[in-house]
Design a binder for this molecule. Structure first.
Ligand code: NAD
Length: 358
């Protein structure tokens, strides 16, 4: 059966890194007979410029009709002054919520070859392999009411709402336990139950769900401690499950443990295996258009797509091994370069991974 993949390049380096990912998918199709039909669409600032909205109906229709979506990145200074609803990021958030992609899987792996590129001592991070499972369609990023209003006394006040239904907490907890079962069966749930009632409920529900997974060890940690522990002794964690906003922040901390945000893929899944795959990094306007972007996060996003949505675990393994071989050979984009190896550009790194596929 032919899998339908929608490519949404977005803005800035999004276009550069998805071009490498597209080349990789086409190569896998030619080389191994993978049946895949690629389509493209507009999202983010590029979509706003062309259509006046960051998430056109046409893109949403295409996304609904595909098996998987590969997204580059959205945003940039050109669109920062737009009203909130027109900003590129709303395109991304809209896709996640319209497609009910509630489970965001963010692996943070420190490749032995890159342990020196981390901002922490290499012995603290070498061999690190964490999976952060972030709730993606609820919480304070979506809660109503929200806005800026006039407060008593005439000054402005900004407000947002942190809200989670029991069912939302329980489905992300189940997703996280399922991931933990495939790994070391250790799950740490991160909340702020000592201050926020909403996450007190989070803790209660995760604990209840945990009773259905007696083979897994469940622990709880407050988010401020989790941030500290991630930089103090990151290898103590295996799978972390947390809310939308805490996951957003903790996964960026985990990103830096691995040496570069340019190495980190992510998957956002619905409850039937459909997924949107995207690098964790943004559109990097500071390096856009200069062939400096590291395409490995995008290529590793293809690896996750092959594994979780396209039913091609062997091809996923091939992509993973090809990335390791390229790093073994000393090829480095500028973000990974620490004085050893050879600096290559985006295009050259993409070609090198494809050359290693055999
Ligand atoms: P960013 O991730 O774009 O960049 C942060 C730093 O990391 C920059 O110095 C950048 O050059 C570097 N970097 C990022 N990706 C890289 C790669 N692949 N290779 C080499 N270096 C890389 O974050 P930011 O600067 O905070 O945001 C820039 C824009 O991207 C903003 O408009 C923001 O809203 C948007 N953004 C989008 C997403 C997304 O689409 N998922 C995520 C984060 C930020």
């Amino acid at each position: 059966m032919t899998s339908k993949v929608l490519i949404l390049s977005g803005d800035g380096i999004g276009a550069e890194v998805t071009a490498q990912a597209e080349k990789l998918i086409n190569n896998l199709a030619d080389r191994y007979g993978m049946q895949v039909a690629l389509e493209s669409g507009l999202v983010g600032g590029a979509a706003y410029d062309a259509t006046g909205t960051p998430l056109p109906e046409e893109t949403l229709d295409k996304a609904n009709n595909s098996d998987a979506i590969l997204l580059g990145a959205v945003g940039g200074p050109a669109w920062e002054q737009l009203p909130f609803e027109k900003r590129p990021e709303r395109g991304l958030l809209g896709l996640r919520s319209e497609l009910a992609l509630f489970a965001n899987l963010r692996p943070a792996i420190t490749y032995a070859q890159l342990a020196d590129a981390s901002s922490l001592k290499s012995e603290l991070v070498s061999g690190l392999d964490i999976m952060i499972v972030r709730e993606l369609t609820g919480g304070i990023y979506f809660g109503q009411p929200r806005g800026v209003r006039e407060a008593v006394g005439g000054e402005r006040e900004g407000f947002n709402t942190l809200v989670y239904k029991e069912s939302e907490i329980s489905r992300i907890a189940h997703a996280a336990f399922a991931v933990a079962r495939k790994r070391s069966k250790r799950l740490c749930s991160v909340d702020k139950a000592n201050v926020l009632e909403c996450t007190e409920l989070w803790r209660e529900v995760v604990t209840e769900v945990g009773k259905e997974y007696p083979d897994c060890e469940l622990t709880h940690m407050y988010v401020d401690n989790a941030a500290m522990q991630l930089v103090r002794q990151p290898k103590q964690f295996d799978v972390i499950v947390t809310t939308n906003m805490f996951g957003d922040i903790l996964s960026d901390i985990a990103a830096m443990l691995t040496g570069s945000i340019g190495m980190l893929p992510s998957a956002s899944l619905d409850d039937r295996g459909k997924g949107m795959y995207e690098p964790v990094h943004g559109s990097a306007p500071d390096i856009a258009g200069s062939d400096k972007a590291n395409p490995l996060a995008a290529l590793l996003s293809v690896e996750m797509m092959l594994r979780y949505s396209l039913g091609q675990p062997q091809l996923a393994d091939k992509v993973g091994s090809a990335v390791k071989s390229v790093l073994d050979k000393g090829l480095r984009t500028i973000d990974l370069y620490r004085g050893e190896g050879v600096v290559v550009g985006t295009e050259e790194m993409g070609d090198a991974v494809i050359a290693e596929l055999e």
